[in-house]
Write a protein that binds this ligand. Sequence first.
Ligand code: ADP
Length: 899
Amino acid sequence: MFGFIKRRLGYKIMVAMLGIILLVLITEIYMRIYFGTKDRLEIASTISRELADSVYAGIKYPMELGDSEAIKIELTDIRKNAKDVEVFICNFDQEITYSTHEEKVKTKLAYSIQNKAALRTITETLKTGEVPEFDPRKPLEDIVSGRRYLIVIKPILNQKDCYHCHGSFRKVLGGLVVRYDAERTYAQVIAQRNRTFIIAVSLLPIAIALIYLMATRLVRRPVESLAEKAKKFAEGDMTVSVDIKTEDEIGILGNTFNYMVERVSSASKRLEEEIERKTALLNERTRLLGLLERANRDLRELDKLKSTFLANMSHELRTPMNAIIGYTELLLDGVDGPINDEQGKSLRRVVTNARHLLQLINDVLDISKIEAGKVELEIKEIDLKWLIDSITPTFEPLIKQRGLTLTATIDEGVPLVYGDEDRLKQVFINLISNAIKFTHQGGITISAKLSDRGIKAGETPIFAEICVEDTGIGIKEGDIERIFDKFVQVDLTTIRQYEGTGLGLSIVRGLISLHKGMIWVTSTYGKGSKFCFTLPLKKELLEKLAKPIVEPKMAEALAEYFGMPTETFLKSPELGGKPIRCWESVRCGQPSCPAYGTDESRCWLVLGTHCTGMKIAAYPEKVDFCKGCEVIKNIMLESERGDKLIKDESGTSAKKTILAIDDNPEAIDIMKKYLGDDYEVIGLLSSEKALEKAKEIKPLAITLDILMPKKDGWQVLKELKSAPETQDIPVIILSIVEEKKLGFSLGATEYVLKPVEKDVLLRKLRNLEKTTKVRRILIVDNDPDTVRLIGNVMKETGYEVTTAYNGKDAVKSIQDFRPDLIVLNLTMPEMGGSDVIEYLKTADGVRNIPLILLTQKDLSEKEIDDLNGMIQGILNKSVLAKEDLLKEIKETISKVSTG
Ligand code: ADP
């Protein structure tokens, strides 16, 4: 309600002043009434007392004489002259004997005086003869009919002159009471109060107006002006200033404000200048950044060009080199007729030199890949002893030839290390070759022990330290620093003598650092050198990715598939008390392999046994390592059996077709020579026609080069995997480019780096053949539950499934879908299973599709004879429980696949 007051300073001042005036006024009125009444009452009391004294003096003599007439005259005079005064003279019994008012004579004093306190005081005075003390704050008052009277008492004492009448017996003979009418005194006080009030009220508006005017002029206006200027200043006007008219606080405030404006405006000016300068700098920086960005882009472009150039160059060099090696080895094998010893020697020199050249190219490519951060490590646990043992035999002839020794001592406590097996082999080969190359007598010692790198005393080691020591020529102290640099061969005089590229140690250092390791050398010139490096003992050091895990769901699927307890697939297999993590070494990579989760690492070998173990053979060098694995052992046995059967059959059955796509005719020629005995190889030089050709010939598999003009291998792979007619044909990439991840993600089944070895390729193709025997399954049954159950399990296992609920649909599916195997309910009503069999017997190209029959009854001998040759299994639905039925179907399919 009074909120408006808060908004204006003038109102506030006014309200404050008003409050003060009212306070003063109220105080004044109160004081006036209080002290006025007090003062007047005191005056009235004094008059009354003086009156009582003069009355007493006037009546004293007549009373001594007993002249009552003279007393009465005296009292009548008083009544005439002092209207407001009543005088009572009473005896000691308080009976009025004389009075200004005669009618009250002979009445009791109590009859005329109402106030009890006054009466008590009179009684006391008559008893003691003492004059009562007058208290101005509490005068003796009597109120009669609303009028206030002041009472004064004076005792009439018994003196000598009175003894003749009254004797000396009494001290007090009576009393003189004067009653004074105080009403007029009170009325005067009230009138004075009213006057004060009226004066104050009539002066108040004038006072308010005056205060308002003064507050406005002296305070409000200057403050408002200051506020207005401050607002403008806050809005950014730096030119404002306040007019100073006074020297009071407002004046000081104004002065301070002006000073502040001046300071801020000069600071702001400086700030603006600074901002301008900074903006200019920023613009310059942005310009420079732009330049830098462009330079970076150019550098990246250059780097890309360099990599492409290197890849192309090495492709261009490696392709003919591979051809040279391939053809020479074929000549050495006597494929094109016998050769004599001299020719043999020459050809072997050709192979040696070509391999050396190839090594140089590989080295250049390797170092550029390491530098570009493009080397992918396939990390697994490696037994150092096993690794060294697998390398040293290669050096045996050379060691023997040079009369040296090669020994390896691995400390007992060194556990398995983590790393990429192939890359670590490369490291060892490089170091051992150098040691042999630069040693003329004595020998080479390889040793391994636990390293104290990265740990405090007493902690478990996290690195192993491996050293290759020789008793060779040694390295000069000044050269030690440089030998790991690219193309560095320290002693130029020895280059011719020892050959080499100067790249080996750079590659080794790059590979070791990829393994989070360190490499260093100690050497005494003329006495020998010792190259040492570290390798991690913990996998976490190498990868941030989560470890591959065997999911319970996957283990269950595997258990069901192999008819083994789930635990078999959940527990980590062990060899010599140490875990074998085969799945860390080998990828599945099969398109039909179900992907569980997104983590690629889940598709490693053990998890990938869905793919019927085909991948085990893909890495023959890893088979040994995996032998301790119970699961693998079983799969291996199956795999080997399958191999044998295929080989046995290959003599009689028609050759399978392989489509080899490569822009280099020699590569195709070599493929033909490698695979010609077992497969019909159709070569295709132009990658643009790949899809068309694949659709036409429907090969067992396609081998695909990557670096091809016009359309590269990646494009071809994408096309093959997107066309329904070709997407199931397995593609083996044969390339010098190491882009396995990309290859597998685009759907390649295998990835083999060139130069390709004949055995490796043959083995891969055989494995492919096995698993591709049954890929599509048709399930025919009128019972939807059975169809769904079998269908789901087969799909989960990785097969392509189509279903039909009657014979008619089944025939249509056989024509469109071309299944590799049919699960058929023989006892369906209407157009039933027997019609489907009839169709299979008579139609073209479908007679050989294997059948698994589901029946409600046992078939007679004759019925079975009739179906001769087509049936792989007969399962009685009414006898078998669902789980058994599924198990039987799986086993039968597995038999068909591997048979
Ligand atoms: P290269 O192919 O020339 O051997 P490396 O990078 O492997 O290239 O080695 C670089 C140089 O380091 C060699 O040329 C040689 O001078 C020196 N070097 C390497 N290993 C040894 C060793 N075991 N003893 C003496 N010198 C060595």
